[in-house]
Structures are given as C-alpha cells and as structure tokens.
Write a protein that binds this ligand. Structure first.
Ligand SMILES: *Cc1c(COP(=O)(O)O)cnc(C)c1O
Length: 450
C-alpha cells in the first residue's frame, strides 16, 4: 500500500519535500501552485538548483551567508575542526574554539562586553538576554523588575518569550493569548516622519514615550530591547545612531538594562562590525546570531557587561545563570565564526564593503528615481525601498509575485510586504553588482507592471 502510493506520486525533490518537510514561514498550501525550489549547491553569491540554473542570492539566504556560499577558508577551517573535536559539552569543560571566539568578540568591543554565553539561534539569544536581565536584578535585590519594553515594528524571534517583544502581527496574532505582555513603544522608523518633520522626529517621539514610561515605572522594568539602526524584519525600517545613543543614556539614568539585538545588524551589516559602534555606546547585553557563523552552522552569542556577569558570581548555585543548552559552544560552529572573523580582518572586508556599497548604490539609481518607488534607503550593506501600490489585493500578493519574478530572472529576492530589500553577501564583484542592480530593476518593473 505504502509503496504503491509513493510510486504513484512524483518523486522529484520538491514534491518529496512537500510530502516530508514542513517549511518555515510558509503557508504550505501556497506550494500547491508553486513548489519550493530544489537547490543542489552554492558558490560565492550564487545558489544552483537541481537543473543547474543559477540564482544570485541577494538576501544572503535570510541574512546569514555573509561571505557567500562555500567560502574556501571557512570550509577548510570547519574540515580541520571536524577531525579534531566535533562537539563536547560546555558545562564543566572548555575548548579552544569557544575560548578564542569569546576572547575575540570581547576584544572587538574594547572589552566593554565579554563572557560570551553561547546558544544556537537568534530567538534563544533573546530568551537568554531577557532571562539574564531579570535574574540579574533579582540577584541584586530588585526582583520586581520583571517587564520588558520593545518597539513597534521590532522583531526578536518567534519563541514565546522573544515573540512577546516582537511586533509583527502576522507572526504574533495566533499566539497572543500565550504571550507575556510587553510594553511596545512607537517605532523610530524614519518613514513615519510627517511631511513637515525631519527624519529623526519618530525617534524623538519614541524616546519621549520611553522617558515617560521609565519615569513612571522603571521600578518594574527589567530591560529595553532594540534592533540598532535597522528594524529588519519589520520592513528594513531605519533610524539614526543618535537614537541608540539617547536610548542608552535613558536606560542608564533609570536603572534599566539595554539589550541590543544585533542578530541581523551585527557582523558588519550596517557598516561597522557592531551597529552600536556608530552610536558610540555599549548596551548591557548584545545578541549575535545569523551572520556570526557566516551561515554555516547554527550559533548565537550573548555578550554582557562585566557588572552583569558579576551579579551572578556567587557561592549559591541558584544565583548562577543556569540556562542550559545541549549544543552550547559547539566547536564546529565556533570555528566557522572564527574563520569568518579571520576573513573579515585579513581581507579588510568592512573597508571593501564601503566601496562595494557606493557602487551598488550608484547602480541602483534607476530605482531611487523610479516613479513607483517610495523611501529608497541604504545603510551599510542594506538597501531597501517600498513599492508604491494602492490596490490592496496587489499589495497583498506583491511579495510572493516579486519573489517568483525574481527567480525567473535568476535572482533570490524575498520582499517583506511591499518592501523590497537587498542584503547581499560581502563578496560581490563588479559584474555581480551590475547584474544585481539590473535584475532588481527588471523584476520591480515587472512586479509593478510598468
Ligand atoms: C532573525 C532574527 C532573530 C531570530 O533569529 P532566529 O535564529 O531566526 O531565531 C532575532 N532578532 C532579529 C533582529 C532577527 O533578525
């Protein structure tokens, strides 16, 4: 019966996937019309499907493949680690990759932050930071500080704790009754400025709301969590570094932790290694994931200030931060991260990215001037613009239509609502910059029907 059934169905990879795999962030029924694309391999900025067609990965595979696919130096580093120590528990034991990565990340903050706490994904990093914040206050005799503050349009992952500080209705609505209530303040998104206002007006409103909240209730508030410079999943909503600087000052003044979620914006994405560097401040805790292992293996890191760490350092077991995770500090993932840091430093990638960003911005000028484009914007290695579409039905299908049109042009794009963005790997050559711009223009023209 079983074998008769499977013989009667197509056996190509996409069909098998639809029978066996529950894909993330997907209404599976949409795949009845368009199946998932079956990939065979990756090389640099390109992905290859099982028919040998090539796709320029303009979103670094959900923002993780910072240095492209199959980078020789990262591949070699992982192979060497594989033959040395593939994994060991990190409670009671330690190893070179975990130590070296923690030391190097701390050095990148000028040792303002340290004691890397390891996890495997972004949402877990946020859970860890939230738990660490409250537990820290508890250890310091302030157990009433239990609430968390986030911003509208913020995204911090989709486990229940992280979802509580996330403001994406699509991801949140069904689980609302399960979530702890968090306070969401207005977004600093520059696009929210009224025509007569300057771009920083929304940031000022967010800060005024926070100031008021903290004056009233800081005794009950544990931490504020923010994506510095760009709220990515919320539609590549950008704000200036002065917002982060003033946010940090307010948190400091009111005895509230600042958690910087640099899961998407860290590792050079906004131009500096950490986005917070541009604001000249360090948060109490900083979360990294996504690009930290260059898209090779699941890894997340929470860095904290020495004072946070000290609040847990005590003879009593229960005052310790006992959060346990089986794969914490996995040597292969840490080795991939170290190789990523090596490439970033030895190839002066941040410097190279500044030139790359200039040439891609120049190549994208047809879009910046396009009559159907709203809010063309760029920060570091992130470009975004909104499609001016009035018809609600067209707006609703824009993202999916555009992704499909892009694939037909050999381009991997994944718009968020009506926001088209590029977050390419840091390895594009001049030809690829040209191709990326050309294809993006062509796809957008087709998508808006001009
Ligand atoms: C992706 C993302 C997360 C969640 O990371 P996962 O690894 O997908 O759990 C959290 N915060 C931000 C800013 C992100 O972009």
């Amino acid at each position: 019966m079983e074998s008769a059934l499977s013989q009667s169905l197509p056996t190509d990879l996409a069909s098998r996937s639809l029978r066996a795999v529950w894909h993330p962030c997907t209404q599976m029924q949409h795949h009845d019309e368009v199946p998932p694309l079956a990939l065979a391999s990756g090389q640099g900025a390109w992905l290859l499907d099982t028919d040998g067609r090539r796709y320029l990965d303009a979103v670094s595979s959900w923002w993780v493949n910072l240095l492209g696919h199959a980078h020789p130096r990262i591949n070699d580093a992982i192979k060497q680690q594989l033959d040395t120590l593939e994994h060991a528990m990190l409670a009671g034991f330690t190893h070179q990759p975990a130590v070296e990565l923690a030391e190097r990340l701390s050095a990148l903050t000028g040792h303002a932050l340290g004691h890397a706490f390891y996890a495997s994904d972004g949402a877990s990093a946020i859970e860890i930071a939230l738990k660490m914040s409250h537990h820290c206050w508890r250890n310091q005799g302030l157990p009433g500080k239990q609430r968390f503050v986030g911003f509208e349009r913020g995204y911090h992952g989709e486990t229940l704790g992280a979802l509580a500080v996330t403001d994406i209705a699509l991801f949140r609505r069904a689980y609302e009754p399960l979530l702890r209530s968090a306070q969401l303040l207005p977004s600093p998104d520059e696009r929210l400025a009224a025509p007569h206002e300057d771009a920083a007006a929304p940031a000022r409103r967010a800060l005024a709301a926070l100031d008021e909240l903290l004056q009233r209730e800081s005794h009950a508030i544990s931490a504020v969590v923010v994506e510095p410079l760009v709220q990515c999943a919320g539609g590549m909503a950008m704000h200036g570094p002065e917002f982060i600087a003033r946010l940090a000052a307010l948190c400091e003044a009111h005895q509230v932790h600042l958690i910087a979620d640099e899961i998407a914006v860290g590792c050079g994405r906004t131009g500096s290694f950490f986005a917070c560097e541009q604001a000249g401040v360090w948060p109490h805790m900083l979360c990294l994931s996504k690009g930290i292992s260059a898209g090779y293996l699941p890894l997340a890191v929470v860095l904290s200030r020495p004072a946070i760490y000290q609040a847990f350092h005590h003879p009593d077991l229960e005052r310790g931060f006992l959060h346990s995770h089986s794969y914490s500090g996995n040597p292969l993932a840490c080795r991939a991260a170290l190789a990523m840091l090596d490439v970033m430093e030895s190839e002066r990638v941040l410097e190279r990215n500044r030139r790359l960003a200039q040439s891609l911005t120049a190549a994208l000028q047809p879009l910046a001037r396009h009559p159907r484009v709203r809010h063309f914007r760029q920060r570091g290695m992130i470009w975004a613009f909104d499609a001016g579409i009035d018809d609600p039905a067209q707006r609703a299908t824009f993202a999916r239509r555009t992704s499909q049109l892009a694939l037909q042009q050999g381009l991997l794009l994944r718009p968020i609502g009506t926001t088209v963005y590029l977050m390419p790997p840091y390895v594009l050559d001049d030809d690829e910059v040209g191709l990326l711009a050309e294809r993006t223009v062509r796809v957008f023209d087709a998508a808006v029907g001009s």
